[in-house]
Design a protein around this ligand. Sequence first.
Ligand code: HEC
Ligand code: HEC
Ligand code: HEC
Ligand code: HEC
Length: 378
Amino acid sequence: MKNLMLAVALSVALIGCSSKEGPSTRSTPEAPAAADVGAGKVLAEQCKGCHGLDGRGAAPAIPDLAAQNERYLLASIAAYQEGKRTHAALRDMAEHLSAADIRNVVGYYASLPPLAAIAGQEVAIFRPYENGKALAAACTRCHGEDGNTTTPGIPSLAGQQLRYFVVAIQEYLNGVRRTDPMHSLLRPLSKLDAESLALYFASQTPAQRVAPSVGDPAAGEPLTAVCGGCHGPHGVSTDTATPNLAGQDAKYLVDAIKAYSRTRRHESMLIFVRDLAPGDIEDIAAFYAIQRSRAAESGQTFVQDLVAKCDRCHGANVDNAAMAVPKISGQDKDYLIMALRAYRDDRRASSMMHNMSLPYSDSIIESVSSIYAGQPAR
Ligand code: HEC
Ligand code: HEC
Ligand code: HEC
Ligand code: HEC
């Protein structure tokens, strides 16, 4: 097999001056010349160890190629050649095939029928909101039903910002925040579970609080002018990494502000609260406690809404689109996860700004990938 691949690669290198043509001509996925599917099938012998002769990825994270959009397959191989996608084996292979060979082998895979799902290997759909809701049962005795607490000193979690929540959990886990009971309680929490909890709580509606017995909201308000730039004018933040303060338990706010001078390490927060007098802190806390807050996310429909957006390009009309859009229905789940993380983390260039449309957590990527992987291939 190895020898055969080598022989083919060599013969291609010998005859194939055409394989040295500039990458720019290859990158245009416009109407490819008709492929010789029979010749393509012979070439697919070089690919079958990973992509099968039927176009099914041989192992997790290897993409299925069967029935894939032909223009997209051409564009993706050009992306390996041009270094826009990095995968040593693919790049090497793409460089050793002539333009005609690539057209033929791609034509072969595109001509194959869509793959049927393998019986007994149904994809389990991952639902972060429901997962978070189930996990939250362990939190409600302290944080209240739906994340609204009534116990002084314990923070409400309802409506809290997504990324802030996840960072807070990480800080309890890695010991930056050493406050018990949270610190010892959260030990065995995976990243997907932490993100699921964050989505669940972020989606709950914060309750309106009555004025606390300590502190004067009217005296606190002017002191918050400097805080509003980050936390929002009334403590409802627009940045998912900056916590909402509106509607939070007043005693907890006092403790948290003081914690920045003692245990929590955040220079950007510390400089704003370091010089506040204890009475000022109580007034500020009283002001924020009675502000009306709102849910930061809509977790119940988050994934559905997202999939509706993706379907505008990746949906049923994918073959007719003006641009070369890949089919992702029925694609291998691990491959989809890998591709989406690569876009998000800027490891794979995207013509469609997937990195911008995907500021999403691993749990959202897991969920969307499971949904598409679980759909019938077309
Ligand atoms: C050693 C295993 C291996 C072999 C052999 C191999 N591939 Fe791949 N192929 C992969 C993997 C893994 C990926 C995903 C790489 C990535 O992360 O971009 C991939 C991706 C692709 C893609 C992009 C698909 C997409 O959905 O974006 C195309 C097209 C492709 N391969 C075509 C071929 C062809 C044609 C051959 C034979 C000439 C071949 N590959 C041989 C493993 C292999
Ligand atoms: C035994 C009571 C208790 C339980 C159970 C509990 N917590 Fe907490 N939680 C606390 C207390 C007290 C604090 C404040 C700790 C501090 O000052 O850092 C807190 C703080 C937090 C914070 C930080 C909030 C903020 O605004 O910074 C998060 C996030 C959190 N808890 C999540 C959870 C989750 C998720 C669960 C369930 C898996 C949970 N907690 C279970 C008592 C509890
Ligand atoms: C430059 C932006 C910025 C300014 C200005 C700022 N904060 Fe913050 N604040 C943050 C960020 C970011 C965090 C989250 C830090 C972390 O992860 O612990 C935070 C966290 C907090 C927390 C902890 C909330 C919780 O749920 O545990 C409190 C309370 C707080 N800020 C109060 C204030 C007050 C009061 C002011 C004004 C006197 C202020 N902040 C000004 C950015 C800011
Ligand atoms: C405006 C059209 C458009 C939208 C909207 C869109 N995509 Fe894409 N997608 C593309 C195109 C074009 C490509 C291939 C070229 C590229 O990498 O940019 C692609 C590539 C992909 C790939 C790689 C597939 C492969 O075989 O390697 C995945 C996975 C993907 N998109 C998932 C998504 C998800 C999930 C969403 C919704 C959050 C989404 N896309 C939204 C057009 C779109």
